[in-house]
Structures are given as C-alpha cells and as structure tokens.
Design a protein around this ligand. Structure first.
Ligand code: SAM
Length: 276
C-alpha cells in the first residue's frame, strides 16, 4: 500500500500492523479517511500558535490531520495502550510536535497542558465519556477557561442537546449548562459509514466557544436546579422544584410557578439557582 500524503502509512495498514481491533467498551469508532479528518481539523482553524489537546487519538487519523494543518503542538490523551506504538510513529515523523499521554482523559485537568500557551481541544470523542468530559471543561472553577474553543464530534442527538434552545424537545440540563457559559453550533453531520466500525447513529461535529461574561452563579446550584426541573420535565415547576423551595422560590425569582422547565431560558435558570 502506498503512503498517505503526510508520508505515513494508510490508516488501515496502521490498524492491521498494530492489531488494533476496535473495542466497543472504549467507544472505538475510527475515522480512517484523511480527507474527513482534515475537514474536521480545518474547522478548528487557526491551529498555528496553539497547543491542541486531542482526546482519544486511537490510530491517529485526526492527530495526523491536526499536525498537517499546522498545530504547533498536539497533546493527545489515549486510554488504550495498544495505540501507543502507532502514535509513537507519528511523533517520530513530526519531531517535538506530538506528546502522547497514556491514561484516562477524565482524570486529566487539561488546563495544566497549556503551559502558558493558547490552547484548543479537537476530538472525535468516545461516546461513553463525551458528555462528562464536556461538563468537566465547561464547569471549571476558573472562567474564562484555558481553552479558546472546542471542536468536537458527538452523536447527533447529544450535539442537538448541547445547542438546544428553550422550548425545543432537545432542551434540557445539558443545553442550560452549555448555554450558560458557551455559545455552540453544529457544523456538519458525519454518517455512520464514515467510521470503522460504523456506529448505529449519525454523528455531528460541533464548535463551542466560551462566553466572555456568563452570569455569575455557582455551577453546583445551577446543576441542582436543572436536575430537579428537568427530572420531571412534564410537571409544573412548583411541583418539580418542591424540594428547592417550590412556589415561594419561583415567586421570589419572578417566575410563574405554573410554567414547565423547557420554557425557562438560561437567565431564568440562573435567577433560580442564585435564590435556591
Ligand atoms: N480519534 C480517533 C479517530 O477519530 O479515529 C479515535 C476516536 S474513537 C471515537 C475514541 C477514542 O477514545 C478511542 O481511541 C478510545 O480508545 C479512546 N478513549 C476511550 N475512553 C477514553 C478515555 N476515558 N480517555 C482517553 N481516551 C479514551
């Protein structure tokens, strides 16, 4: 098989040579088309002058694209040690530009990876930990965060919940928490056939940017209010928020107790969180 444009072997050969049979438990749905990984990397432009953190590089298709598209330095965190040899080959091909961390991304505070430089996150996320990773990144103590933007692949249904507006079916806890501190938009869909093996559902690439001045409210309280309100989303708020103060709380916040969770915008949720 001939080499890919970056001079490294084609990704199918990488999988074969390193015995990388995809594991479902690790959310391994690989992208083997370097045109597609290039398209994703370009959505995160400009990459020059940035450290790019990649979660779950796997055999390295997106990693290679990020390097080819001009990232100064890529720090890739991979849980599956079987991928390390393949990633070491990419690092050797781009001396000094790729650092691989072997471990669980849930345990890494990505702010520590910036080292005083500008930072972005670009990833085809493992579906089983994607939402938790996003909540870790947007729920940090310090704001604005260490990253300037996130370009992430999620299952389409999760992406829709992240960007959801009040009143829509997809609007819920995730939409309020994401919308509170960030602006986000879906860039394009990726069909199941683009992955090896194909997942059951369509995926979407989404771009997330921090809001400069989100409403000042403790994350834990906003989480508590949204969990209670959307935990019983068909009920009136005076019922679903009973344990947090119910009708009296809603009246103090100037919100009609008969409304339902999905009708409240983010500013209203923040008002409730401040008073709860
Ligand atoms: N970036 C590659 C691509 O696009 O082909 C692989 C993406 S695959 C959807 C998700 C990757 O995340 C896998 O390589 C998997 O081993 C890795 N992974 C799963 N859980 C992880 C975790 N908790 N921390 C770091 N990597 C993880």
């Amino acid at each position: 098989m001939s080499a890919a444009p970056d001079g490294l072997p084609p990704l199918r050969e990488v999988l074969r040579r390193h015995g990388l049979d995809p594991k479902k438990a690790l959310g391994q749905n690989f992208l083997l088309d370097l045109n597609l990984t290039g398209k994703i990397a370009r959505q995160a432009a400009p990459l020059g002058g940035h450290v790019v953190v990649e979660i779950g590089p796997g055999p390295g298709g997106l990693t290679r694209a990020l390097l080819a598209e001009g990232a100064d330095h890529v720090v890739a965190i991979e849980k599956d040690p079987r991928c390390l040899e393949a990633l070491a080959e990419i690092a050797a091909h781009h001396p000094g530009r790729l650092t691989v961390i072997s471990g669980d991304a849930l345990k890494v505070d990505i702010a520590t990876l910036a080292d005083g430089r500008r930072m972005k996150v670009v990833a085809n996320l493992p579906y089983n930990v994607g939402t938790q990773l996003l909540l870790n990144w947007i729920g940090g103590e310090t704001w604005p965060p260490a990253w300037s933007d996130l370009t992430l692949m999620f299952q389409r249904e999760v992406a829709e919940r992240i960007v959801a507006a009040p009143g829509s079916d997809a609007y819920g806890r995730l939409g309020v928490l994401a919308g509170w501190r960030t602006r986000s938009r879906i860039l394009f869909d990726v069909p199941p056939e683009a992955f090896t093996p194909p997942p059951k559902v369509t995926s979407s690439v989404i771009r997330i940017e921090p809001r400069a001045e989100p409403i000042d409210v403790p994350l834990a309280r906003l989480e508590a209010v949204t969990a209670a309100a959307f935990g019983q989303r068909r009920k009136m708020l005076r019922q679903s928020l009973k344990s947090l103060g119910g009708e009296a709380l809603l009246l103090r916040a100037g919100i009609d107790p008969q409304r339902r969770a999905e009708t409240l915008d983010i500013a209203e949720f923040c008002r409730l969180a401040k008073l709860a």
